[in-house]
Ligand binder design. Sequence first.
Ligand code: PLP
Length: 380
Amino acid sequence: MAKKIYLDNAATTPIDPAVLEVMMPYLTDFFGNPSSIHSHGRKVKSAIENARKTVASVLNTSPGEIFFTSGGTEADNTALTQSVETLGVKHIISSRLEHHAVLHTLDHLEKAGKVTVSYLENDEKGVLDVDSIPSLLEQNPHSMISLMHGNNEIANLLDLQKVSEMARARGAVFHSDTVQTMGHYTFDLQQLPIDFIVGAAHKFHGPKGVGFLYINARNKILPFIHGGAQERNMRGGTENLYGIIGLARALELANSHLEEHQRHVKGLKSKMIGLLKERIPEVRFNGRSEDVENSLYTVLNVSFPEHRDNEMLLFNLDIEGVSCSGGSACSSGTNQGSHVLNALNLDGSRANVRFSFSRFTTEEEINHAVDILQKIFGAA
Ligand SMILES: Cc1ncc(COP(=O)(O)O)c(C=O)c1O
């Protein structure tokens, strides 16, 4: 059987064996409940607090601002609902290109009559009209901004510093969905005046079902899951102990070799762009993903020319052993198309495929994937 090629790292990444290694003892020997006051409990409680310190130190912030969650979705939901319910936000500025973790929460808050939402305009490359933010903020007191840092489908990046400063200068709250960029870029929260950012461990070679929410200490929040006193009374429920241990190690590993990973993955992305342009006539790239230096370097969204088998493209790639995605992985299977690509008004006769890479992707895999694509598109 042909070797499988995994090019869907924006959906999830394989766990790093070095991460699994530090998790294992917490699935076996160290099984105590972190809330127990005996030694079994104290041992694992201190492991959680060390993990929190690790995350805080990578982000150059304090551990008291890090809350572990079940992943990116919970963290995004919490940032938005806490802003409305405890910080008095009445108006939210966002975009049509956000992940459903944000868009569906906005719909819910709007339908409940709690907020109004303004969506920024975008062009056909998905570039947002961020310059309209200052006037929107001036017209709407008690606003927040919720804009993602790196788009999971088309790889567009937001200038976080610029938008943070716009928000701070006008007293607005700023949340950024950083799920795709956490572990892939450096964050220095002493320099970045932002209120909420998020992480999901499985996007940076950690385990699934665990993430975190950074809440800037200037925001006084209320419990968001009611129950026990975990997460400093804010999120009740026995902690995902081994997940938290894995998350911290994965973030530490990602961060400690960041430049090397960036160089490797950018090299692969440039290589794939070059080969596709050479070998597939009329190939194009969606969003800003072709601009390797100024886009999320782990994602390449390719627009393939009209072909009789385009409807079957992902299926045919899968048969050939190449796993990739036709849109956001979280929505694949619903068959409604991608809301992000729809917002770009793309030519419907072309096929759009997202290839996404990780530090474990090899040049050989890229070459092989392009050979398969050439075979598919070479056949009349
Ligand atoms: C940009 C973005 N935000 C949020 C999420 C949700 O993260 P999780 O599945 O860990 O809840 C994802 C996952 O694909 C994502 O890509």
